[in-house]
Design a protein around this ligand. Structure first.
Ligand code: T4K
Length: 371
């Protein structure tokens, strides 16, 4: 019998190569490779329309976009954030000389628990950087209330939240800024890429300058900017991806439904979900493995691995376990009991448009009977 191909936690969606050729021909003809060329302009416009946001600045990746978002709002001192994320969230602060202050998550959403934020505010606090983990919306209203009371900025790390809506409104419209990632592993990818979403033209201009070394024109530099520009190849690919995104999201939704049906009622295996009134993007499929399950979380991870199914423990270890954060007082496990449990229990199962129904059923069967 033919051996099954390995299955990874995700696989990038790629449209037919032939559809990309005309874009490449255009780039080869006009010789504009970067620095805000025509595809870059078109993709910014197209994404604003698709996502339902006012202003969007493209970046070469999500991490540079996070770093620039902090610069754009002149954030200093301390920023309250979550330990339950990809390490880029808090790395963006260290690169800006900012001290991250970690607070615990709400186990229902894996996102910052607003009830924990207030106690962590000090005179040095200038902002909150929550993450819409797995694309599950943060409690945006409660977070905004705290921000308003204490005059803090809110920058959402929305790397997982492409296309997510709450009550029909884009999740990206909350807070002062939101940051997307278009990395290969994301729902919408441009190979590498990212974006900052902002609400007014003045901020957009500042962000555009910051991502281009601070240049205003040929001879004027107004800020110590960086090179964060998205290239024309990436932007062209994004335009093509956008034509396929609805189909890709539908397929993700079908897989999500199949998993939910197939994994229901297994002792010790919980399937969390986004709050009602959320239009999800099905970017990840986290499950929680409790003590009543037949194996430990790592036992299931290994059992799947033996079958060449590479689920991932997003997010284990917690950011606060890494050496550059470990010694911060807020990084102590006693301060983060819910995040600590989530990091020990979560396993993200494979989900991506090209995952076949047969493979989904095979993964379900293995989760049902792992030994
Ligand atoms: N904030 C948050 C909350 C984030 O999750 C991320 C990124 C960021 C900020 C930063 O955004 P970027 O600067 O990346 O735009 C992956 C991604 O590299 C990372 O982008 C992502 N979060 C994170 C959650 O996941 P790894 O270390 O798990 O990647 P890797 O290479 O192990 O990929 C996972 C699987 O995907 C592989 O086993 C196979 C498959 N894969 C991967 C790549 C890169 C492919 O099939 N093709 C590919 O090209 O971090």
């Amino acid at each position: 019998m033919k051996k099954a191909a390995p299955i990874y936690v995700t696989q990038p969606y790629l449209p037919p190569l032939a559809e990309f050729m005309p874009y490449l021909e255009q780039i080869w003809d006009n010789k504009v490779l970067t620095n805000g060329g025509p595809f870059h302009q078109q993709l910014e416009q197209a994404l604003c329309e698709y996502l339902g946001v006012e202003h969007l600045a493209l970046f070469s990746n999500g991490t540079l976009a996070l770093m620039t978002a902090l610069q754009a709002l002149r954030i200093t001192g301390e920023v309250i954030t979550t330990p339950y994320s990809f390490v880029a969230t808090s790395h963006s602060m260290l690169w800006n000389g900012i001290k991250p202050v970690f607070t615990d998550i709400d186990p229902a959403t894996f996102n910052l628990d607003p009830a924990r934020i207030e106690a962590a505010i000090t005179p040095q606090t200038t902002a909150i950087m929550p993450v819409h983990c797995y694309g599950y919306p943060c409690d945006v209203d409660a977070i905004q209330k705290i921000a308003d009371n204490y005059n803090l900025k809110v920058i959402y790390d929305a790397a997982h939240a492409f296309g997510v809506k709450v009550d029909g409104n884009s999740l990206l419209n909350f807070g002062d800024l939101s940051v997307l990632s278009f990395h290969a592993t994301k729902v919408f990818n441009t190979f590498e890429g990212g974006a900052i979403i902002c609400k007014d033209a003045t901020t957009k201009t500042r962000i555009d300058r910051l991502k281009n070394f601070g240049f205003v024109n040929e001879t004027t530099v107004v800020a110590p900017g960086i090179n964060g520009k998205m290239s024309e190849i990436n932007a062209a690919f994004g335009l093509l991806q956008l034509q396929h995104i609805d189909q890709a999201l539908q397929r993700r939704q079908a897989i999500d439904r199949a998993y939910r049906a197939g994994l229901a009622g297994i002792p010790g295996l919980q399937v969390p979900g986004a709050p009602a009134a959320t239009d999800c993007n099905y970017s990840y499929f986290p499950i929680l493995i409790g003590p009543e399950y037949a194996l430990s979380r790592d036992g299931l991870y290994d059992a799947l691995k033996q079958q060449e199914i590479y689920a991932r423990r997003y997010f284990y270890p917690l950011i606060t376990d890494f050496p550059m954060y470990r010694s911060l007082p807020s990084a102590h496990a006693d301060n983060l009991p819910m995040a600590t449990i989530a990091a020990a229990q979560v396993l993200c199962l494979p989900i991506y448009p090209n995952l076949s129904d047969d493979d989904v059923q095979r993964i379900i069967a293995l989760c049902r009977k792992p030994v």
